[in-house]
Design a protein around this ligand. Sequence first.
Ligand code: AKG
Ligand code: FE2
Length: 348
Amino acid sequence: MTDELVNVSFESEWMNLAPWVDRPDIDLDSFANELGISAEIISLLQSWRRDGFVIIEKGVDESDIDKFSSELDQFFLNFSDYVISMEVRGRQTWSRAEHSSIVSEVGVKFNNLHVASGFAGSLCLSPKIIRFLSSIFLCPPVPMQSLTFIKGSQQRTHIDFPYVNRQRRLPQMVAAWIALEDVHEESGPLAYFKGGHLPTLTGFFDWGNGNLTSVAGSNKRNSNDFADYLESKMKEAKLAPVMFLPKKGDVLIWHANLPHLGLPIRNVDLTRRSFVTHYTGLFDYPERWVSASDCDSAGYSKNGGLIFEYPYDQGKKNNKFDSWGQIETDQAGFRYWLSEYRNRLQER
Ligand SMILES: O=C(O)CCC(=O)C(=O)O
Ligand SMILES: [Fe+2]
């Protein structure tokens, strides 16, 4: 079988599982109108379909950012008191095992602070983000994972779905990047390939044995091979990376198949605080990440989005900041959607 044939079958499979807005056979305006989606969101969906991303200026509340940012500062002062999962240049570790000075180094990211901080949770469930994502998933958006950066990532060109792939249908994933401060162009900004999200342009990278996703330990190819592959695909499509220089509070939302990268840092003294969340729709959220225990301890709802606490995190010590459990949530809404989720699982 040639690469070409493999790609054609992946492409039709991808389209069958993709959110409605990706399907070229659906008339965007009439479908969205039937669903009662607002004109403002319809116009975002049009850019989304064409470009594979949208930017929402002042997409989140600045006071939520200030609260999360000062909570981060407190955390950095008391680093070893916490057991917060983090990655240092590819190595998985915990805050307790590291010295706090590591936060000023390059190549550090904190995992899943949306389940440590109520303020981080509020940020990723901000109304403007949730409204847009709901119109894509047609059900409540749910974070699957989040990453908090203090400096630029310098991560080479990639697409997220090979790495974020626990959702039931692979294409049902969207990422949102929130600027926690104004981004300086020497700090290693994020960049993206406008319009590069179309599978006809990217093809599907084979990680080995026909795998579309990166399977730790068993890949024949690595993230550098992936970057080389995508960069040549983007060159063929005559697309160049667009630098994202947001102001604090601006949000970039990108498609599961949009190539993007962290540009090289030109001034290592500069921070680039940002908070990225990868979401899926409720009914694609993996069952093993929903606690079987009673409703209220499984998570919460806010602004029409849901956050589940990971079952394997529950009951652990020192993995929460003070704001966890301190924000206003909609538990009646949460119980409703959790029971819808459980009913749907039984029907499967
Ligand atoms: O912020 C960056 O530099 C890259 C982040 C990213 O690629 C991601 O979180 O998926
Ligand atoms: Fe990414």
